[in-house]
Design a protein around this ligand. Structure first.
Ligand code: PRP
Length: 217
């Protein structure tokens, strides 16, 4: 799929491995999410448009550039929140618009519970932030919301994706670039016996990114 980018950057690979470890504690987990997001955003913003800008150095005028488009970050609550601060370090002017979705544990379908987008779009480029792309339901629903809003160019930034989620998002929205730090094997099936993990978790994955960031797991 031409619009799917899985990072091969050594720093990202190293940090994702630490993120997966089950004994990585909450504080370290949050740090890693922020650091991986900075690296991913660096890769995902290579095609942002520029316009010329002149500045005065202590010696002379210099021709330079500034970003031409306004950037919006859309973290999907809760887990996407941990990805905002890293990008703000790179692009402090980025607007942040939250979308609240949770995945119904039984149906695995996304349920919307928060959306305060203004009536008209205020940005030209939107980066959707969510560490996990599992079935893809949350990401597809978020792109649906943003397209109805009138968002121009949309990219999805995730840390770990499952093939099922990549397929769902890229079939529903082939124009949305998907940037991932890792592409994993599959999703867990329906549990067959007591002790089996719940359905719809990414394998090998990292568990529940929301719980691991917020200490609620
Ligand atoms: C997780 C994750 C994604 C979603 C991915 O959120 O952060 O938003 O599930 O699953 P999908 O691709 O199958 O839709 P969750 O519903 O656990 O909510 P939380 O972030 O509040 O913990």
């Amino acid at each position: 799929m031409s619009n799917v980018f899985v990072s091969t950057h050594p720093l990202i690979r190293h940090k994702v491995t630490l993120l997966r470890k089950q004994d990585t504690e909450h504080r370290k987990f949050r740090d890693l999410v922020r650091e991986i997001t900075i690296l991913l955003a660096y890769e995902a913003t290579q095609d942002l448009a520029l316009e010329p800008m002149t500045v005065q150095t202590p010696l002379a005028e210099a021709q330079g550039y500034q970003l031409r488009e306004r950037i919006g970050l859309v973290p999907i609550l809760r887990a996407g929140l941990g990805m905002v601060n890293g990008i703000w370090e790179l692009m402090p002017q980025a607007q942040v618009w939250h979308i609240g979705l949770y995945r119904d544990e039984r149906t695995l379908k996304p349920v919307e519970y928060y959306n305060k987008l203004p009536v008209s779009p205020t940005v030209q480029v939107v980066l959707i932030l969510d560490p996990m792309l599992a079935t893809g339901g949350s990401a597809v629903a978020t792109v649906d919301i943003l397209k109805r809003w009138g968002a121009g160019r949309i990219k999805f930034l995730g840390i770990i994706g499952a093939p099922e989620g990549v397929e769902a998002l890229s079939s529903a929205h082939p124009d949305v670039a998907i940037h991932l730090a890792a592409l994993d094997e599959h999703l867990t099936p329906e549990p067959q016996k007591p002790g089996d993990p719940p359905a719809g978790f990414i394998v090998p994955g990292l568990g529940d990114a929301g719980d691991r960031q917020f200490g609620t797991g």
